[in-house]
Design a protein around this ligand. Sequence first.
Ligand SMILES: *[C@@H]1O[C@H](CO)[C@@H](O)[C@H](O)[C@H]1NC(C)=O
Ligand SMILES: *[C@@H]1O[C@H](CO)[C@@H](O)[C@H](O)[C@H]1NC(C)=O
Ligand SMILES: *[C@@H]1O[C@H](CO)[C@@H](O)[C@H](O)[C@H]1NC(C)=O
Ligand SMILES: *[C@@H]1O[C@H](CO)[C@@H](O)[C@H](O)[C@H]1NC(C)=O
Ligand SMILES: *[C@@H]1O[C@H](CO)[C@@H](O)[C@H](O)[C@H]1NC(C)=O
Ligand SMILES: *[C@@H]1O[C@H](CO)[C@@H](O)[C@H](O)[C@H]1NC(C)=O
Length: 201
Amino acid sequence: MALLWALTVLSLLPLLEAQSPACANLTVKPITNATLDWLSGKWFYIGSVFRDPEYKQEAQKIQAAFFYFTPNLTADTILLQEYQSVGDRCVYNSSYLKVRRENGTLSKFEGAREHIAYLLLLRDPRTYILAFSLDNEKNQGLSFYADKPEATPEQLEEFHEALVCKGMNKSEVIYTDWKKDVCEPLQKQHELERKKAEEEP
Ligand SMILES: *[C@@H]1O[C@H](CO)[C@@H](O)[C@H](O)[C@H]1NC(C)=O
Ligand SMILES: *[C@@H]1O[C@H](CO)[C@@H](O)[C@H](O)[C@H]1NC(C)=O
Ligand SMILES: *[C@@H]1O[C@H](CO)[C@@H](O)[C@H](O)[C@H]1NC(C)=O
Ligand SMILES: *[C@@H]1O[C@H](CO)[C@@H](O)[C@H](O)[C@H]1NC(C)=O
Ligand SMILES: *[C@@H]1O[C@H](CO)[C@@H](O)[C@H](O)[C@H]1NC(C)=O
Ligand SMILES: *[C@@H]1O[C@H](CO)[C@@H](O)[C@H](O)[C@H]1NC(C)=O
């Protein structure tokens, strides 16, 4: 009986994977130096689904957002410089994220509170997902990022596949609207200031 059961399970496995190859790949993996090097740079927040009411409320306020990741490979931190367009104003903020390599997580401290996100890599390396509360279906959240202000239909399709894998629905996605970005001037100003500071002796 045990052998029969084992055989049945074995023959089922490829079937299950064939059904959802995308889900099989959507797993949390340890973060390496290569991952951090790849994460380094400018990213755009495209959209998200948050079941947690507090996160959802935050997401609804964001018209557009982009940010820079500057990882520190020895300290396992990432400098986060974010530009969020909220209520037609640009809100700039800079903070440090903590990297837990083995757990595949990034986390942000707000006072005593730690917000933890799992990094989920996709087929397209110009995109990724941050997943929140994966262990708690009621508060789960997936947030999608790309290296351009607007994701391509193929990239969005991959995000939608990921939502389905996690039991969420694409009709729940709250998208940003790049036309509503009001932060570009501030970012340009920061860039100028940085260049000036570098030129000064
Ligand atoms: C899953 O990952 C493997 C290895 O990275 C890749 O070859 C394969 O195309 C992926 N499949 C899907 C459906 O993403
Ligand atoms: C990762 O990079 C840091 C800094 O360059 C280095 O000290 C460390 O040994 C690297 N880790 C691995 C596993 O290569
Ligand atoms: C990275 O972190 C190490 C250890 O905290 C620190 O000594 C170093 O200055 C940091 N590097 C940069 C570029 O900030
Ligand atoms: C990884 O996650 C577990 C469970 O959430 C936690 O107890 C552990 O401290 C984490 N590991 C690291 C290195 O932070
Ligand atoms: C910047 O972030 C800190 C910590 O997350 C937060 O307390 C502060 O209100 C933020 N500032 C702005 C202008 O959003
Ligand atoms: C997603 O939501 C829409 C509208 O609420 C619903 O019609 C559809 O059946 C849902 N799909 C799944 C897979 O839950």
